[in-house]
Design a protein around this ligand. Structure first.
Ligand code: TMP
Length: 214
């Protein structure tokens, strides 16, 4: 299926927990606004009242892998319908903290859930009349799991995913690398184990190269 085209631009941010996405999402939103763009900052799971309720369950309640995958995609469907598609239609830049690559990385590679089933759900959930909705650009914050774990231990009490052992995050990191290798035109790898300025410089350079920023 072809990728759906829109007036707006859809950028997702991915990486294992502790990769350091949040600061840069806010900075990039400011940068786009300064360039005169309307920006929507959102996140997954979440981004609508229903999807935020599902987020609470997903981050804190025990459930089997199929239930987890279905709820992730249910939250995504609502988010796409209610928030992302209307914003793209308006011509906004949509900055989304995680999207479907996270489901492949966490539920697929991390938990070992069937990748073919995830692919089917992806097609169902992201189909639009114009083709398959995918981000125009995915900024993948690549950081060694040992570095990410050290960053996380300095923050709040861990949720269900953050509490997973190092081997889980090794598998998730491998999953992101596989997804990036499969869609090199969409993914940009950001080396995220360097200081904030060095990470930001990479992000700005990618957005310029792709014609998203002047
Ligand atoms: P966040 O802490 O970056 O907001 O992400 C919430 C957690 O949910 C994070 O540990 C990754 C996980 N997650 C999945 O397991 N699958 C998904 O599809 C998404 C979007 C997030």
């Amino acid at each position: 299926m072809t990728t759906a085209a829109t007036a707006g631009r859809f950028i997702s941010f991915e990486g294992i927990d502790g990769a350091g996405k949040s600061t840069h999402i806010a900075a990039l939103a400011d940068r786009f606004r300064a360039a005169g763009q309307s920006v929507l900052v959102t996140r997954e799971p979440g981004g609508t009242p229903l999807a935020e309720k599902l987020r609470e369950c997903l981050l804190h309640d025990a459930m089997d892998p199929l239930t987890e995958a279905l709820l992730m995609f249910a939250a995504r469907r609502d988010h796409l319908q209610q928030v992302i598609e209307p914003a793209l239609l308006r011509g906004d830049v949509v900055l989304c903290d995680r999207f479907t690559d996270a489901t492949f990385a966490y539920q697929g590679y991390g938990r070992g859930f069937d990748l073919t089933v995830l692919g089917t759900l992806e097609t169902w959930v992201q189909s639009t009349p114009n083709g398959l909705r995918q981000p125009d650009l995915t900024l993948w914050f690549d950081v060694p799991p040992v570095v990410a774990a050290a960053r996380l231990s300095a923050t709040r009490a861990p949720d269900k995913f953050e509490a997973q052992p190092r081997e889980f995050f090794e598998r998730v990191a491998h999953g992101y690398a596989q997804r990036a290798a499969a869609s090199p035109e969409r993914f940009a790898r950001i080396a995220a184990d360097v200081d904030l300025t060095a990470v930001w410089n990479q992000i700005e350079a990618v957005c310029r190269q792709r014609g998203l920023l002047p």
